[in-house]
Design a binder for this molecule. Structure first.
Ligand SMILES: NC(=O)c1ccc[n+]([C@@H]2O[C@H](COP(=O)([O-])OP(=O)(O)OC[C@H]3O[C@@H](n4cnc5c(N)ncnc54)[C@H](O)[C@@H]3O)[C@@H](O)[C@H]2O)c1
Ligand SMILES: O=C(O)C[C@H](O)C(=O)O
Length: 306
């Protein structure tokens, strides 16, 4: 299994680190435009191999896509992150050009690659990747819901005063401060609906904290987060590499599912060796359907800026 990670910045390096530590890939190629940067990150990470007990070979290259040839999976993290006070959508001007050219270079070298798009605004960047390279829709996956769901579980466990391993929950719809839809109705603690333990008011606080999870970290860090994003991507890469058929909410190009077409947005997906192997259609309530529709309208409005 050969994995390319484009962008050796905060998220790209964290993603390469978690992939290596899980030790399921033979090779990770880190590629960046900044001269020597990916080489440095790769060397530093390789010097942890004997300490962290992994055999994954990590190589860094500056803008040489021939080194990414025949990758099975590629992750696009190249592009600028937001600063405190900004929205993800404001990044479109710079990131659209980067994502389009990176996706094109990747597919030239690895015609069968499965691409995971991370760069923001992610749903629109995933849509742009589909439009730019036109490969089968199961092979371009946007990462947002896996991260948002991890943040939802963190907030649920905090509210419940229990370990995160006790809780399960999922966030669907757009990866934006206002568009996320944390499914509080379906969240559980050891099979018991969390509504049995938390008031409606507390659950709505949990949902709100989840939705602004990225903005909260951006305010604290001065740039956006990387540990949980890197871990979320590594879990998705592992599901592809090991063909686990694990379900993650991912930004998928819809063709009638959830009543939508020609949009990439967060929905539950089964992930395996073919990328998105199935989109799971949930029975949403009327209120959830209305929020999902509103979120989709927001994503479409950003897509129109392309
Ligand atoms: N989808 C998500 O859940 C999620 C989570 C976190 C971050 N992000 C997004 O991921 C992106 C990266 O964030 P970061 O914190 O790693 O930023 P960063 O600035 O630390 O790293 C970005 C890297 O991309 C490189 N780069 C720029 N143009 C390139 C190109 N054409 N080819 C190769 N490399 C190029 C830069 O040199 C830099 O090293 C941002 O757009 C951020 O908003 C998304
Ligand atoms: O918040 C951001 O801008 C980065 C990312 O989308 C996140 O949710 O951490």
């Amino acid at each position: 299994m050969k994995v390319t990670v484009v962008g050796a910045g905060a998220v790209g390096a964290s993603c390469a680190e978690y992939i290596a530590m899980k030790d399921f890939a033979s090779e990770v190629v880190l590629i960046d435009i900044k001269e020597g940067f990916a080489e440095g990150k790769a060397m530093d990470l390789m010097q942890t191999a004997s300490l962290m007990n992994f055999d994954t070979q990590i190589t860094g290259v500056t803008n040489d896509y021939s080194k990414t040839a025949n990758s099975d999976v590629a992750v696009i993290t190249s592009g600028i992150p937001r600063k405190p006070g900004m929205t993800r959508e404001e990044l479109i001007g710079i990131n659209a050009g980067i994502v389009k050219s990176v996706a094109t270079s990747l597919i030239e070298q690895s015609p069968n690659v499965i691409i995971i798009v991370v760069s923001n605004p992610m749903d629109t960047m995933a849509y742009l990747a589909h439009k730019s390279i036109g490969i089968a829709k199961n092979r371009i996956i946007g990462m947002g819901g896996a991260l948002d769901s991890a943040r939802f579980k963190f907030r649920l466990a905090e509210a419940l005063g229990c370990p995160q391993s006790d809780v399960d929950g999922m966030v669907i719809a757009g990866h934006s401060d206002t568009g996320m839809l944390p499914l509080t109705r379906l969240a559980v603690r050891n099979s018991v609906p969390v509504t049995a333990f938390l008031s409606e008011e507390r659950l709505s606080e949990v949902a709100e904290a989840t939705k602004v999870g990225g903005a909260t970290l951006t305010k604290l860090l001065g740039t956006s987060a990387w540990y949980a994003p890197g871990a979320a991507v590594s879990s998705m890469v592992q599901a592809i590499a090991c063909d686990t058929k694990k379900m993650f909410p991912c930004s998928a190009l819809l063709d009638g599912e959830y009543g939508l077409t020609d949009i990439s947005i967060g929905v539950p997906c089964i992930i395996g060796k073919n990328g998105i192997e199935k989109i799971v259609e949930l029975e949403l309530t009327d209120a959830e359907k209305a929020k999902f529709k509103e979120s989709a309208a927001g994503v479409r409005a950003v897509n129109e800026l392309l």
